[in-house]
Ligand binder design. Sequence first.
Ligand code: ADP
Ligand code: ASP
Ligand code: MG
Length: 392
Amino acid sequence: MARIVQKYGGSSVAAPEQIRDLARRIVARHDAGDEIVVVVSAMGRLNSPYATDTLLSLLGGNQGSLSKRELDLLMGTGEIISAVVLSGELQKAGIASEAYSGGRAGIITDNNYTGAEVLSVDAVPLRAALREGLVPVVAGFQGRSLEGELATLGRGGSDLTAALLGEALDAEKVEIYTDVDGIMTTDPKLCGQAVTLEGISYNEVFQMADSGAKVIHKKAVEVARRAGIPLIIKNTFSEHKGTAITEYRYLNQTGKLRPITAIACRTERVQYRIEGKLVDEDFFRELAAAGVSIDIINIFPDLRAFTIDADKTGAAEAVLQKYDACYRRTDDCTQISLIGEGMTGVPGVMARILSALMKRGIEILQTADSLSTIACLISSPKTAAAVAALHQ
Ligand code: ADP
Ligand code: ASP
Ligand code: MG
């Protein structure tokens, strides 16, 4: 008998018939003797009536003076609906089940609404439910704040709920069900040549998530690594065995660590190039104080270049103007990151990346590298061509 946390993403619970199918599968697994805790996302994606983006769109693109606490009340209902509907289907299928809000499942957060940090997870309520033979269905992406309100954990946060519950309940593994066969070499929506990886290390998949790959939330990877619990990414709609995310560092055919395992993209980036002298320390401190997080930063005596999220340009420009900086701004950029634990010390990796892009006339606006990642900034309309070239 294994204790397993299963998380079903929005596409897996998009319609009532799908939820009925899921319930049948969960019952079969339960009858085979496994202890299962289920975590669900809101039903479907934008335009599905209860998807998170649809709920937000009810505000007509203008949040007025609603507080973040109130926004969380709105967003948190999507997951609550899915949890109740799936739990109802499990009950109809003849097994004992109960729907839980994140708070009732023991997840306690700070009061930082819309992006709350989880402070603790009390495993007592779910452990008691499992002892009674119940299949708890927990609303993902949410917890109870210190002041007793519903607080959400940041977009894509249901993966984090699953990993946290896996840790708190000492689960054997956490299975994340989605609409692709597993972690792929790149986003299949961007590149038809992407292939599914049999396995990948926590470190590499963390780098991917941190570089924009949406397939798994980076905090979920951190929690699973800390707890030593395998994360298994699987397709709800296929029998593919999926991708195992563990500590294991996979080797290529030549018995070496893979120099490049995957490619990830972060879109909606804006590049700034500032010419002339600046009091860097003060300038960058002020940017940080204005909530602007910077990336791919290069500093030369008379030039500094960095990128930020497109939605932070207003805040950044207020600081730039205060310093009377002479700057050039390039909108609509994408950061493409190539990730692989085996790239360190291998000569020629950067040369091959540059040549793949330059051969296709793709201009590189900036690059950065770390131990297991090389990032290139390019103009967004070239993204698909660049990913295809690099993938090849
Ligand atoms: P869910 O709603 O199930 O959480 P998400 O939309 O958050 O699903 O994540 C799944 C999506 O992640 C896929 O449909 C795919 O387009 C995207 N994706 C991005 N990078 C990758 C990758 N390297 N491997 C697989 N999927 C990826
Ligand atoms: N429904 C939430 C979102 O769309 C959380 C999740 O799906 O993980 O961000
Ligand atoms: Mg997701």
